[in-house]
Design a protein around this ligand. Sequence first.
Ligand code: NBG
Length: 755
Amino acid sequence: MDVRETLARMVQEKYHRPAAECSAAQLYAAVLDFTRRQMEEKPRNAGKKKMYYLSMEFLIGRLLACNLINLGLYAQVDGFLRENGSSLAEIEDAEPEPSLGNGGLGRLAACYLDSAATLGLPVDGVGLCYHFGLFRQQFADNKQAAQKNPWIEADSWLEATGKRYRVAFGNATVQAVMRDIVVPGYENGANRLHLFDLESLDESLVPSGGIAFDKKAVTKNLTLFLYPDDGDEAGELLRVYQEYFLASAAAQMILEEAEARGSNLHDLDAYVVIQINDTHPSLIIPELVRLLTLRGLPQAKAAGLVANLCAYTNHTILAEALEKWPLRFIRRVAPQIVPVIRELDKAVKAQYPDKALAIIDSKNVVHMAKLDMHYGFSVNGVAALHTEILEQSELADFYKIYSKKFNNKTNGISFRRWLLAANPPLAKAVEGWIGPGFKQFAGELEHLKSLQKDNRVLESLLDIKMQAKHRLAAFLKANTGVVVDANSVFDIQIKRLHEYKRQQLNALWLIRQYLAIKAGQKPVRPLTMIFGGKAAPAYVVAQDIIHLILCMQQLVNNDAAVSPWLKVAMVENYNVSAAEKLFPACDVSEQISLASKEASGTGNMKFMLNGAVTLGTLDGANVEIAEYVGEDNIYIFGESSDKVIELYAQKAYDPLPFYQEDSIGRLVDFIVSRELVAIGDRKCLARLHRELIAKDWFMTLLDAQSYFAAKDRALADYENRAAWAKKMLANIAGAGFFSSDRAVAEYERDIWRLR
Ligand code: NBG
């Protein structure tokens, strides 16, 4: 096929004019058609046994560039566009970004689909087709407002499959329609992402301007939003409805496909593996048992089969994410699975009288993680430290009885998206230095280590970083209105807003820097502090932290004595597309969670791969990053996870003594200073101030001094540009382990065993 000729013809047929006369949106739509056709021609990864990655979230991001890279067509398509006065980078902005995920968990799912397809494994994703996704974030009055985020257009990656499944609820029956997105592997076959949509969905339930809707109208609202507000009972019930909708449609589809591949259902575990991504899809377990018994299998046999084919990944130790549903909720949503859950629980209780192990507790609450651990053959955490914490404390009761089920799978990221697509200049330079092998075998990045003393390499690393900072500066100007200096240090914290991630700690450092400059202590080089992330609408403290950062942004950037030395830019509606611009341009990567609380983190990996140096606690995958780069190439601070776990166990943490130290207290008090209250909302600021002093559940003040010292050290080191470039190189060279190809290969070797 001649790519240019085909594209020219397709554009002409679609728009009756030559490409040079088409708008970016028209070119995008034509290239989309072209790419979809190429993807459909890819053979589907196949095999007797198939793996289904079940997840409420798939944060796939824009697909055009990555799909073209995987098809090996990027350069040719870009060439065609350039000949016609455009480029891929230019038309890319016409692609709406689906926001089918919240953060790391959903993005991980997307990276794993890419890697599984690349490794030729028959692995399909299964999730929901939310029309308005997670909300779109807008800033007004220094606060976050939530809007809907529609992404489904006439021209889209979605394909109709014609498949429909009936899902019966207690009070209604609905149809789940299956829509597919093809997932092409890098120079390999393709898989599918199946997204179930509610046939009777009614988008008009959501008035424009906001995200409120009738949460009780489940036959019309199920696939409107990801994570609708669950602050009340109707919201909680809606979550259970969504979860059962996914579980039931998925179970039916999986059985249908297994039979088509030759299973007689009694041997289902030889045909199917299901990875349950956090507890949200756990209802697949009772639903499969129910369907199998309806097909004539005895209950015990069905339960045994299901326990042999389900595997559970835990993505957090935060209690709020280990779901527990009152049995009465499940009875309302899907009464037919209640007897099944009771039977499963009864069998557990007969074997293990210990109350801590029961699926249904004495208050008639169903513990989803416990269901997964009893009726699954594998339980994994997502970084070495996280798995250790699961085994030794959070899930210790289960580790005692099921130690063989437990295993670790440290997360990974797709190098195609986070290096090849997001940072072409760096990818090209690396290829020039060590050859193209790293694109398929990420471990080859290690060869970069031998170039540590090569000044030309170090200089071009700095140069590539500078170019990326210029590109980000243009993006920040458009997105936030803030004009930043590419010569300043770019310090970036991008991730969901949550107290355990401690954006508030970073904000205290910002206050400290602001006050220092006000007092006449100018730094040697200006600094740009960049933030990005959404806060759950019902999470008040997280909203208050956003408010503080935005107020500081206004205060700092408008102060003529300070702004030449310090700028703040909080990206609005942080998403995958913004991330692709942010990661390549970062100097200092903020990974400052309270030790023990960040299960893994994956942004930390994207930063290191793009030559940023981590400033972080020994938490999640930071621990492994530190091992791979060596202590000279990372800035570690703060109390250990052991110490933190002990403080929680003994209820021994009190922020007050820290607050009483003047060097910290004056920063905390600045939150309610005259300057800030004049800009912001006194109530929000006072609430945050009080929270830090009276509760500080995630121990911000505990690590403040050591954080400040480590950050000061990093900024001082930055001035030795050659030494810093070596740190950058060491980070890129050490990143190979964090490829999702490695992670998925481990899942295959230890859990899925598809081959
Ligand atoms: C998140 C963790 C991250 C981790 C990702 C992917 C949830 C519930 N968990 O630390 O907070 O990197 O999962 O495993 O979103």
